[in-house]
Structures are given as structure tokens and as C-alpha cells.
Design a binder for this molecule. Structure first.
Ligand SMILES: Cc1cc2nc3c(=O)[nH]c(=O)nc-3n(C[C@H](O)[C@H](O)[C@H](O)COP(=O)(O)OP(=O)(O)OC[C@H]3O[C@@H](n4cnc5c(N)ncnc54)[C@H](O)[C@@H]3O)c2cc1C
Length: 504
């Protein structure tokens, strides 16, 4: 008889693991509290606009490709990917905007124009980033680090002399050894926002992100990010995965140190041989398990740093915005103060950098004809809610910055649709820990790779975790790797590296 696995949560991590287990012959049922799949990948329709309120950067394309190849498919064809050229546009407060092509050979000219000598340095910096990226993908990301030999492996040890300084040094300290101009530093550090961390706290190994910007490239699925979810669910259905929506889980049912299934909020019990939670681990541990079965009780979380919260603002704009690209970034001069407010003083930043997505540049169907669709992400400290006055002030500031960026002085009058997603909605909708927007802990050194919250309960023998909250971390490609790591834990596969077709 087939073994039965239940998965709590139909976010990207849960969907990815469901497919692997189904392919391996498990009977898989996914229980999701919300009406549809995707979790933090979500779309809201309003007044003829389709607002994507979740991820929009499709990075690390080879990770998606490797996952799809396990099922004999290709991400390129499943998702109809387009590579952005240019990659994105950046406004550093007080300066003319910069266009980043996503190709180091072209972008070195931009660097050189700002700081003499920086062009050649960028090439060397990115070459180093690519080397770190390769080591990370080959030896760290697909590694569960369950044995001493997983840490003390020769390919990693060999890198120690060059890697150690990058482990102890912060990303900002590393970048500052190469470049002086704040605008250049911002371009090499901003990614830390998307990893839920600060360049002034995170280790310099995350300089690997510049490989993605300047070599690997920025992609987009032509039918929108929700296509990632639809494609996963289609694949799951073809493998026999059963999805149950509007089905919030109340508790994990235990018999001693064994999970025997789950109980839904409506009282229904579902028996299972294996329980996997793809919900935020803080929620799973502190709300779905009794204290005696918690490997990570509340006091554990008090010592951990969540990723940031966020205020999301989606705007429908009448007329076109020719000055914007699909991806746009606005960086404040008080760069350090902005990160300090979010991660150190936990206050609403006075000077806030923004990410602005204008997806109608790629897909005009996301707005009525002759309209544009804007999505703005303002990172905030975790656990902080905004008063109505603070929220209104933030929105006012955002509209002012958008007016500057777009060069359209009448932009405020052209707003025909407005949707505001407050930080606490992440908890209401997804049971997010401390309203964290991206799904997990910050990528501090103490919360990265082998130090990240583990993907298996230490107290309940057949309970596992998957998604951005566990190894290897935040973001969609990481969720695909997380699914493979958890699959390996479940099946006792201790081999390092990505799964192969033979493993499933
Ligand atoms: C605004 C924004 C922008 C982002 N930008 C990017 C980007 O550009 N690129 C990128 O790669 N990543 C980006 N991310 C991060 C990425 O979206 C997340 O890391 C990833 O989607 C997390 O997936 P997950 O499966 O771990 O968690 P989730 O998506 O949160 O899935 C967990 C699921 O569990 C469900 N659940 C919780 N509790 C229960 C319960 N008791 N019972 C049943 N179900 C439950 C939730 O409803 C949810 O559907 C962004 C995120 C946000 C919010």
C-alpha cells in the first residue's frame, strides 16, 4: 500500500515537495488555509487591474530548470521565460537614473563613468561572485548538513582560505574594499533586502548575488509569476496530488513521538504516515504542536531574527509611464540608516528605499488599455504595524517618489485604482511569524546554511518542514532546493548535491 503524506500549506515550497513525493509513489494530500495555491505568490484583481503582490524577480534559472528536469520537463517551455534586457533601472536619491543591463561587459561602462577604475574592478568582483556562487550551489545549497563530513568536505575545506574572510566580513565591508561611490555600493548590496537581511549584518558570501545580476540575468515568466504556481499544480495533479483549499490546519495529531495525521479547524482528522509543514515554522511549532513536542518553542524564536515586514502598495495608473522599466529600484542616500531602522532600532524608516515593479511593461494585459500597473514594496521592521496616520504618510511619500521616478508630474491625479496591503496582513493571510514578508528568518551568518532552522522535527520522528523558513532559505529557487533537501531527509538520502531522476 502507498504511504500517505500530508502537506500543510500550498505555498511554493509545499507544492514543490508534493510533486517529488507523488513522483516517488507516495499518496500526497495538500491542505491549505486559503482558497487557492501559491501562498506568498499571490495575485489580486481590482478594477480591471491584475496586481501581483508577491515575488517578481525570477532569478537562478538553472535551479528551476534542474527541478523541472526531474519530471522530464523544462522550465523554459513550461513557463515561457523572457530574459530582461536591460535588467532594471535604478534611482539613487539626487542622481540621474542608471540602467543596469545585466551583463557585466556592458555594465562596466556605467561603473567606470561613476568611479574611475570601477569598470575593470566590476569585472573582477563579478568573477569572484560567480566563483562563490558556484561553490554555494555545488557544495552548500543542496546539502542538509546532517553529518560532520557534510561540513568538513574537501571541496569546501579547499575554499577556506578565500572563503573565511567572506564569512566573517559583512557584505558592506566587502563591497567597500572594492568601491567608494555609494551608488555602486548600493548596486552590489541591495539584494540583501530580498534575502530578508541587511548588507551591514549579512556575511560577504552573499556577494554571490551579483553573479545573478551581472552574469546569470533577470528573467520573467511571460504569463506572470502566478504561472509558476499554476504549472506546479498542473504537474501535481498529473501525478495524483490532491489539493484541499479553505482547509486551515488546527493541529498535528500525535501518538507519543509519532505524528499520526492532522486535524483541520472544522474538526476533521486526516490520518497520515508522514506530516510535512510548509507553513512558517514558527506557526507550525508554536501553534500546531503541544509544548512537549516543540523542537523550536517560543524562546528559540526570541533569539532569531525574522526577515522584514513590508507595506505593499499597488496602483492602477491612467496613461503610460515611459520612464519606468519592468523592475525599478529607488535607493535613499541614508542607506545605512534605512537598514538600521529595519534591523537594529526596529522603527519605521524615515528614509526608505523602494522596489517598484511595472509589469505592464512586459504584459499589457495586467491593466486596461492605455493604463499601467505599479506594485511598490516598502520594507519595514518585522513585527511592526503602522498606525493609519503612518500608513497614509508612507503612501504619500511613495506617490511622491513615483512622481519623481516617472517624471510624470500629474501622476497623483492619474491614480485610478489603489490597493494597500499592510504588514499584519502577512500574518492574517499566511500565519507569518512577526509579519515577515518573505517567509523566513534573515540570512544572518547565524541563520544561514547549517545554522538555519532545520527541516526535520527533533521531537516528532515523522514530522518535516519545507519552504523559505528552513534550509537553504528565502526565495523561490530556494524553495525548490528546500523541497529536495526535505525529500532527501524523508527518504534517508544522504548524498550531497541536487536530486537526480534516479532518486525519485
Ligand atoms: C512582496 C514579496 C516579494 C518577493 N519577491 C521575491 C522575488 O522577487 N523573487 C523570489 O524568488 N522571492 C521573492 N519573495 C519571496 C518568496 O515569495 C517566498 O520566499 C516564497 O514564496 C515562500 O514560499 P513558502 O512556500 O516557503 O511559504 P508560503 O508562500 O508562505 O506558503 C506557506 C503556505 O502555508 C499556508 N498555511 C499557513 N498556516 C497554515 C495552516 N495552519 N493550515 C493550512 N495552511 C497554512 C499559507 O497560507 C501559505 O499558503 C517575495 C515575497 C514577497 C511577499
Amino acid at each position: 500500500m502507498k504511504k500517505k503524506a500530508v502537506i500543510i500549506g500550498a505555498g511554493y515550497g509545499g507544492l514543490a515537495l508534493a510533486n517529488l513525493l507523488a513522483k516517488a509513489g507516495y499518496e500526497v494530500a495538500v491542505y491549505e488555509k486559503n482558497p487557492s495555491a501559491g501562498g506568498r505568490i499571490q495575485v489580486v484583481k481590482q478594477n480591471g487591474f491584475t496586481f501581483d503582490l508577491g515575488p517578481s524577480w525570477y532569478l537562478m534559472p538553472e535551479i528551476f530548470e534542474q527541478y523541472y528536469q526531474l519530471f522530464g520537463r523544462s522550465a523554459k517551455t513550461e513557463l515561457d521565460l523572457v530574459r530582461f534586457s536591460p535588467g532594471y533601472k535604478v534611482w539613487s536619491e539626487g542622481y540621474d537614473p542608471l540602467i543596469i543591463q545585466g551583463d557585466v561587459d556592458k555594465d562596466m561602462t556605467t561603473f567606470e563613468a561613476i568611479e574611475p577604475g570601477a569598470g575593470k574592478k566590476l569585472q573582477r568582483y563579478v568573477t569572484r561572485s560567480s566563483q562563490i556562487y558556484e561553490v554555494a550551489v555545488k557544495h552548500a545549497l543542496y546539502n542538509n548538513f546532517t553529518r560532520v563530513s557534510d561540513v568538513l568536505q574537501w571541496p569546501l575545506l579547499r575554499q577556506l582560505p578565500t572563503m573565511l574572510p567572506l564569512v566573517w566580513r559583512t557584505l558592506d565591508a566587502h563591497v567597500s574594499r572594492w568601491f567608494r561611490d555609494l551608488r555602486l555600493k548600493q548596486l552590489l548590496e541591495y539584494h540583501m533586502v530580498f534575502l530578508g537581511s541587511s548588507p551591514f549584518q549579512a556575511p560577504a558570501v552573499y556577494s554571490l548575488m551579483s553573479h545573478l545580476d551581472f552574469r546569470s540575468g533577470v528573467y520573467y515568466p511571460r504569463r506572470g509569476m502566478l504561472e509558476l504556481v499554476n504549472s506546479m499544480e498542473r504537474l501535481g495533479r498529473s501525478l495524483g496530488v490532491a489539493y484541499h483549499y479553505n482547509s486551515p490546519v488546527k493541529q498535528i495529531v500525535l501518538d507519543g513521538h509519532q505524528a499520526t495525521g492532522i486535524e483541520l479547524m472544522n474538526g476533521e482528522r486526516i490520518a497520515a504516515d508522514l506530516v510535512i509543514s510548509a507553513a512558517d515554522i514558527h506557526h507550525t511549532e508554536t501553534k500546531l504542536l503541544p509544548p512537549a513536542a516543540q523542537s523550536y518553542p517560543e524562546k528559540y524564536w526570541q533569539k532569531r531574527q525574522p526577515g522584514p515586514g513590508a507595506l505593499l502598495v499597488a496602483l492602477g495608473i491612467k496613461g503610460k509611464l515611459p520612464n519606468l522599466q519592468h523592475h525599478n529600484l529607488y535607493f535613499v542616500n541614508k542607506w545605512r540608516e534605512n537598514f538600521a531602522a529595519i534591523y537594529e532600532t526596529h522603527t519605521v524608516p524615515e528614509h526608505a528605499s523602494l522596489y517598484v515593479c511595472n509589469p505592464t511593461k512586459t504584459d499589457p494585459s495586467l491593466a486596461p488599455p492605455e493604463h499601467e500597473n505599479l506594485f511598490v514594496l516598502l520594507p519595514l521592521p518585522a513585527g511592526v504595524t503602522l498606525t493609519p496616520q503612518q500608513e497614509a504618510a508612507c503612501v504619500k511619500k511613495i506617490v511622491k517618489i513615483l512622481t519623481e521616478m516617472s517624471g510624470e508630474s500629474d501622476l497623483p491625479k492619474r491614480i485610478v485604482s489603489r490597493l494597500i496591503y499592510s504588514p499584519e496582513q502577512f500574518s492574517e493571510q499566511f500565519n507569518a511569524w512577526q509579519y515577515n514578508a518573505f517567509g523566513g528568518e534573515s540570512h544572518l551568518l547565524s541563520q544561514s546554511v547549517m545554522f538555519r532552522t532545520r527541516n526535520r522535527s527533533k521531537k516528532v520522528s515523522n514530522l518535516y518542514y519545507v519552504g523559505a523558513g528552513t534550509l537553504p532559505g528565502i526565495g523561490l529557487p530556494m524553495c525548490l532546493i528546500s523541497a529536495q533537501l526535505t525529500y532527501k531527509r524523508i527518504t534517508g538520502n544522504r548524498r550531497r548535491g541536487p536530486l537526480t531522476k534516479e532518486d525519485i
